[in-house]
Design a binder for this molecule. Structure first.
Ligand SMILES: [Zn+2]
Length: 407
């Protein structure tokens, strides 16, 4: 088995999947349709040995289920399997939290596979995302049940951090069900941990808001000091800030604030929380755009604790959260015109120092194309848009504050 070659940026990730050429499965049998359309590696690695699941099968392959009925149907099958039989779920119609990636050069432009490759392989090729666990543990994960300690005693590849973050993700999905449409409001604040997150996550929504004459305030929590590794921290901050200002000029945003927390070490300390509280209290946004806590990045998670602590108690607003490092199932989909998507990419291209490391333009286009797959538009953004009260109570209920991350 080949262990992952870490790129610098994914070191910030809380859970990092293992990159392999072949999954550790013997005699695989598939259910819920032939998987070869979605995951080409199976054909390459197993060929004619890949059969529908039968009495001789020693492992079980199926698409990762959508919430609701699909999950129930899969759980019924999983409950019948021996508890230790390996179950491999692949990414098809809905995003999953992967513990394995299989990278290949071919592909017919499957959007999620392109997004996965941008995060690990400098945008080249396609990466299949898989979740592989013994049957009993997989069932617990899909039911978002607590996974007890003895079940954590697992082979090294089945790492502890993967289970806790994947479980956190499943819990988050079940806690934030009632999302609202994104209606026009007058005052919107965008609170993001890093420079470029704002364009990637909600550049289109910002363009739509500006077109509807909304007033937009953008706040970055971190200083960009670790964004360019070839120069000093101070120089990196200066470069990233200049890029951000150019990117905002491209969108037409003028109201900007830099709170200068240390990138990769964001923490909900008094200073940053007071500054944010002050800005929100003065501006009184009706909607806040941010990153959600299950976004598999240390600063993105911490940004949620900052927002929660800084939130003025008399502020009645909604939160539209979205993910970048972990793709989210569709909820509140905001369609973009071709022109808006082009402008979003133009703005993103101002972040040249970042695009040099990860092909964010390709990532953004494929992610937005994936989010549009159930609508008439070619591109869309996707948010979990709920009242702040609902959002923070869900954050509390996932109990993610006990989570530990990489490093
Ligand atoms: Zn970020």
């Amino acid at each position: 088995m080949q262990w992952p070659r870490f790129m610098r940026r994914p070191l910030n990730l809380i859970s990092v999947p293992t990159v392999v050429e072949v999954l550790p499965l013997s005699k695989p049998g598939f259910a819920f349709g032939d998987p070869r359309q979605d995951v080409a590696s199976l054909d390459i690695n197993y060929g004619k040995a890949l059969l529908p699941f039968n009495a001789q099968s020693k492992s079980f392959i199926a698409p990762f289920p959508r919430q609701g009925e699909d999950t129930q149907l899969l759980l019924e099958r999983l409950d019948e399997l021996p508890s230790k039989m390996m179950v491999a779920l692949y990414e098809s119609k809905t995003p999953l939290w992967p513990n394995f990636l299989i990278h290949h050069s071919g592909g017919d432009g499957l959007n999620l596979q392109a997004v996965r490759s941008c995060m690990r392989h400098k945008g080249q090729g396609f990466s299949e995302a898989w979740c592989v666990l013994p049957a009993k543990k997989m069932a617990r994960l899909l039911r978002a049940q607590k996974i007890s300690k003895p079940l954590f005693l697992a082979p090294a590849w089945e790492n502890k951090r993967f289970l806790s973050t994947a479980l956190d993700y499943q819990r988050t999905l079940s806690l934030l069900e009632n999302t609202q449409p994104l209606v026009d409001v007058e005052r919107i604040t965008v609170v993001m941990p890093h420079y470029d997150d704002e364009v990637l996550q909600c550049g289109g929504a910002m363009l739509r808001a500006l077109a509807a004459n909304a007033t937009l305030q953008v706040i970055w929590l971190s200083d960009g000091s670790r964004g360019v590794s070839s120069v000093s921290h101070q120089k990196s901050s200066e470069m990233r800030r200049a890029e951000a200002e150019a990117a905002m000029a491209e969108l037409g945003v003028k109201n900007m604030h830099h709170l200068d927390g240390v990138e990769t070490k964001l923490a909900a300390d008094d200073s940053i929380c007071q500054q944010l509280n002050h800005l929100l209290s003065e501006f009184r946004p009706q909607r806040v755009h941010s990153v959600w806590w299950a976004d598999n990045h240390v600063d993105h998670y911490e940004a949620n604790l900052i927002l929660q602590r800084a939130w003025p108690h008399d502020l009645d607003a909604t939160i539209a959260a979205s993910g970048l490092w972990q793709v989210m199932p569709l909820r509140t989909v905001v369609e973009l015109t071709g022109e808006q998507q082009a402008q979003k990419i133009k703005s993103l291209q101002c972040y040249q120092s970042q695009i040099d490391a990860v092909d964010y333009a390709r990532l953004s286009q494929h992610l937005d194309a994936y989010y549009a797959h159930q609508s008439d538009a070619n591109y869309a953004e996707n948010f979990w848009h709920v009242s702040a009260q609902q959002y923070f109570s869900a954050l509390q209920n996932t109990q993610v504050k006990t989570r530990r991350w990489f490093g």
